[in-house]
Design a protein around this ligand. Structure first.
Ligand code: 3H9
Length: 700
């Protein structure tokens, strides 16, 4: 047998065992091993066959690293056909997560059993794909059309018990002894004379499909798909399952799978999958770097941010204290947390008991002496370097040796903050994104003197509380907010040049952004930037803020005051263009001597997104981010960048860096040099005809 698949007879049952860490993906060796084993079982003394996996999971899908390379025999359809047409009964025995091609393998077996903790799912849509080995044809046959569509278009795995109710699993095993229980189940089936149940022979139940069902489903999907084509193709495949005999349906599925596999969207989403996992790795940090134990946490500052961060720890079962300067502050902080949880309970997404157990983990204090025993403190006070340094010096006095002192600052110089303590090696940045209990991104900022184990612990605890962690070095705004400045600036300048707020947002949203930059300003509150500009005490370039400042001075602060760049419906919060603002923009453009003109959608998109790529290139050169993929992850998880574009740097590679560079030069020549200086790395790669991905490989 092959090195990754073994086959042996146990109690008259042929047991095929896959052992291909880390996730038993269907590499060529695994496919070949299963095919050989099932063929062998046809001619030996086995009465039935069990297919199971060693390690942490049943097969978690096709081997994504093989995608885009020349296909190697045997293909998955051939293997599945051998399993399905086996003359001996085949049982798939599932633990961990049977995903994608893994679950499709199980669906080609005659029976499926699973231990209670197992999950099954078809997450291909998250990679811009559809299940390409029968999933779209077999799931509707077992679970019905609507359930199949919901499962495949959401990509969400389903727990064993639910899968059993849906008809996707035949038996939930009683214990965790996978092999023993699976053999027993196979034996029971044989002894009871169970038939070779082939899913292909089942008729799709059409009774639930009303006329126009698929059109309606497509329309609903389009709203959340944000331009992703995979969802639409999945519906086409399920339609084919209803209308065509299975072999024709499988052909249709294959055709659309290949189309998606070759699409730029899937390439972007596969990039995002691997970039996310890569981002967790710090290049110069040895794998065996010790991790500090984090059992108790404190958050300084009980505002919206501090409260949200506290919730992240409580959700992971870690006790957390909120520190405020007054009893009222504590009260307010705990109130914010309680309100947030109550909303979740009201939506039916959390039980009262769960809320209570989480609230029990969160306490408040005004006394720094209460922090003697904590292992990690995260400072989330006002963005004022003086106040932050005062907080750190107080923490230095009370916290035990080895306690990690983290700051949630979005912009401040963490090396400077670290001068306030006698143990700068314990200082690190942990930059959460608002709302902290919802947003997945955590920028972990490595300061000049941050110790290796402090950095490793911050990355680890970030993962534990459910965040996607990306390491950044110290600079103004770190990775995400530093890059955002050019984006926000261009949004504002586009208005002065003649685009309307609606045109700017529509172009960004059509590109795939969750929300356009002007609407985001209204959502965040225009007064925030206004106050920050006032605090700087310098005179900003009016082209970057003149309209925003005027709106604030008119008490148009954004959504919270019912009007900003847009007017908001008080009931639905729907935004509406406001002629008053359009007149204001014209007036301000005139004041600055700017001649307004028609602006094309293409210009809006290039002026918004190319500055991200250019600043990203500077960030890479300076070593602020480790890899282009890390920058992409920051934008995907922190800023609503569309995953089907892979992130700004991957988008740059897809457009072509030469084209990006040339366009930036064109803007430099037409719009002025101030904000359009091509980054040296961008220029170099453009001249060499290379991509950021090529550069990353050279640096690895
Ligand atoms: C498909 O099946 C298409 C078919 O319909 C049709 C075919 C014809 N391939 O996530 P982790 C690596 S599409 C290759 O950190 P966890 C991963 O890169 C596929 N490698 O662990 C990482 O490597 P490293 C449908 C894979 O425990 C390591 O395994 N299936 C694959 O947090 C550990 O991963 C999916 O989309 C793969 N398929 O989560 C499932 N999967 O250590 C994708 C993982 O070098 N996978 N790796 O960084 C997952 O969702 C999670 O990995 C899983 C484990 C839940 C399984």
């Amino acid at each position: 047998m092959s090195s990754v698949v073994s086959y042996e007879l146990i109690d008259g049952i042929g047991v095929i065992k896959v052992n291909s860490p880390p996730v038993n993906a269907l590499s060529q060796a695994v496919r070949e091993g299963i095919l050989n084993a099932v063929n062998k079982a046809q001619d030996d003394d086995s009465e039935a066959v069990v297919l199971l996996c060693e390690g942490r999971t049943f097969i978690a899908g096709a081997d994504i690293t093989e995608f885009g390379k020349p296909p190697k025999e045997p293909g998955l359809p051939e293997v599945l056909s051998a399993l399905e047409s086996s003359k001996k009964l085949v049982v798939a025995a599932i633990h961990g997560t049977a995903l994608g091609g893994g679950f499709e393998t199980a669906l080609a077996c005659h029976y499926r059993c699973a231990i209670p903790s197992a999950k099954v799912g078809l997450p291909e849509v998250n990679l811009g794909l559809l299940p390409g080995a029968g999933g779209t044809q077999r799931v509707p046959r077992l679970a019905g059309v609507k359930a199949a569509l919901d499962m495949i278009t959401s990509g969400k795995p389903v727990p064993a018990a639910q899968a059993s109710e849906m008809g996707l699993i035949d038996e939930v095993l009683s214990g965790d002894d996978l092999q023993g229980e699976a053999i027993r189940y196979a034996r029971d089936l044989v002894e009871s004379g169970a038939l070779l149940k082939r899913v292909r022979d089942i008729e799709v139940d059409k009774s639930t499909i009303e006329p126009g069902f698929f059109d309606k489903y497509r329309k609903q999907l389009a709203k959340r798909a944000r331009g992703q084509i995979a969802q639409d193709r999945i519906v086409s495949c399920v339609e084919a399952a209803v209308e065509l005999p299975i072999d024709k349906g499988l052909e249709r599925e294959r055709e659309l799978f290949v189309e998606l596999m070759n699409s730029p969207q899937s390439a972007a989403m596969r990039h995002a999958f691997f970039a996310e996992r890569e981002a967790a790795k710090i290049k110069d940090l040895p794998k065996d770097t010790p991790i500090r134990d984090i059992k108790r946490v404190a958050i300084i500052g009980g505002g919206t941010m501090g409260g949200g961060i506290a919730m992240c720890f409580a959700n992971a079962g870690i006790p957390v204290q909120i520190v405020e300067i007054s009893d009222e502050g504590v009260e307010r902080g705990l109130g914010i947390v309680k309100k947030n949880y109550s909303i979740t309970v009201k939506k039916g997404k959390m039980s009262e008991e769960h809320m209570k157990s989480r609230l029990d983990l969160i306490s408040g204090t005004t006394n720094y002496d209460d922090l003697k025993d904590v292992d990690l403190v995260i400072e989330a006070v006002f963005e004022d370097p003086k106040i932050k340094k005062e907080v750190f010096s107080k923490l230095d006095a009370v916290c035990k040796p080895g306690c990690i002192l983290a700051t949630n600052t979005s912009y401040q110089d963490i090396d400077e903050i670290a001068t306030a303590v006698k143990r700068p090696e314990d200082v690190v940045g942990m930059h959460f994104f608002s709302p902290a209990n919802v947003m997945k991104l955590l920028e972990v900022v490595r300061a000049e003197k941050t110790a290796d184990d402090v950095l490793a612990t911050a990355m680890k605890i970030g993962k534990k509380i459910g965040k996607v962690c990306v390491m950044a070095r110290v600079c103004y705004g770190f990775i995400g907010n530093r890059m955002l400045q050019g984006y926000g600036r261009q949004a504002h300048m586009l208005l002065l040049d003649g685009a309307t707020p609606t045109q700017v947002d529509a172009a960004a949203e059509e590109f795939g952004m969750a929300m356009g930059p002007i609407a985001v300003g209204d959502l965040a509150g225009l007064d925030i930037g206004y106050k920050a500009r006032q605090a700087l005490g310098t005179t900003p370039d009016p082209r970057t803020c003149i309209i925003a400042d005027a709106l604030v001075e008119m008490d148009r602060l954004g959504q919270k005051s019912g009007a900003g760049y847009y007017k908001y419906d008080p009931e639905t919060r729907a935004r509406q263009a406001d002629p008053e603002v359009e007149a204001l923009i014209k007036e301000k453009a005139k004041e600055l001597g700017i001649e307004q003109r028609e602006i094309s959608k293409e210009e809006i998109v290039d002026r918004l997104f190319f500055p991200l790529i250019n600043e990203g290139a500077l960030i890479l050169e300076e070593g602020v981010a480790q890899r282009p993929g890390d920058i992409d992850i920051v934008y995907l998880y922190g800023y609503g960048f569309p995953v089907a574009r892979g992130g700004p740097m991957f988008y740059g590679d897809q457009v072509g860096l030469k084209k990006v560079y040339d366009r930036i030069c064109e803007f430099r020549d037409t719009l002025g040099e101030d904000y359009w200086k091509p980054a040296p790395l961008l220029e170099k790669l453009a001249r060499e005809g290379k991509t950021f991905a090529d550069w990353a490989k050279e640096q690895a």
